[in-house]
Design a protein around this ligand. Structure first.
Ligand code: GDP
Length: 201
């Protein structure tokens, strides 16, 4: 039996440099992925009401790690390293790529991936790469189009439709859902929580 999920009770569990060093692959976990600066820390803050958690993931030396958060016994959230950093050396990038791909493809307790993209710049190269990796493993994906407060309602809806159309064209729309989100306005929070609860129950 699983306990009720209270996102504001989330605590830091551990950091791991690779899948092999991650906590026991038991229970259920949901991972958050996105380009650096897509707003991942802000989403985790908004979701958990705990600024310290996302700050932990930004501590120098921890940005390339998988950061695990404890939700309830046997349920975890995982903050994956931000990708697409122009300044990172190629060798480090390919190491991240291996880690991310390995994690998405091998982790048995992973029940879904939240992929964050700035609503003004969706579906960039690495976003599509992650969507492809997850999709290949038949992993459910939920896209969060972040910083939606930067656009008007009409432009938000157009972007949602455009992203859906593009993914359908690439045959990447099965097992995938999407929504707009703003950490500033806290809009989209209940939809996100609902998705997480469905995956984690
Ligand atoms: P991360 O690198 O993906 O963890 O991104 P952060 O959460 O640190 O956010 C990157 C930048 O985007 C920061 O300057 C945030 O203040 C800003 N930001 C994050 N979320 C939002 C949002 O919902 N709306 C707006 N307008 N800015 C945001």
């Amino acid at each position: 039996m699983f306990d009720a999920i209270l996102f504001n009770k989330t605590t830091f569990l551990t950091s791991a440099p690779s899948v092999r060093e991650s906590p026991a692959d038991e229970g259920k976990e949901v991972a958050f992925a996105g380009r650096s600066n897509a707003g991942k820390s802000s989403v985790i803050n908004a979701l958990t009401g705990n600024n310290k958690l996302a700050r932990t993931s930004k501590t120098p030396g921890r940005t390339q790690l998988l950061n695990f958060f404890f939700l309830t016994e046997n349920r975890r959230l995982v903050d994956l390293p931000g990708y697409g950093f122009a300044k990172v050396p190629v060798a480090v990038k390919s190491n991240w790529n291996r880690n991310l791909a390995g994690y998405l493809q091998e982790r048995k307790s992973l029940v879904g991936v939240i992929i964050l993209m700035d609503i003004r710049h969706p579906l960039q190269k690495y976003d599509l790469q992650i969507i492809c990796w997850a999709s290949k493993s038949k992993m459910p994906i939920h896209l969060l189009l972040t910083k939606s407060d930067k656009l008007r309602r009409g432009a938000i809806n157009n972007t949602l439709l455009r992203v859906e159309k593009e993914l359908k064209k690439e045959n990447l729309f099965s097992n995938l859902s999407l929504q707009a989100f703003s950490s500033v306005k806290k809009s989209g929070l209940s939809e996100l929580k609902q998705k997480l609860k469905i995956w984690l129950n």
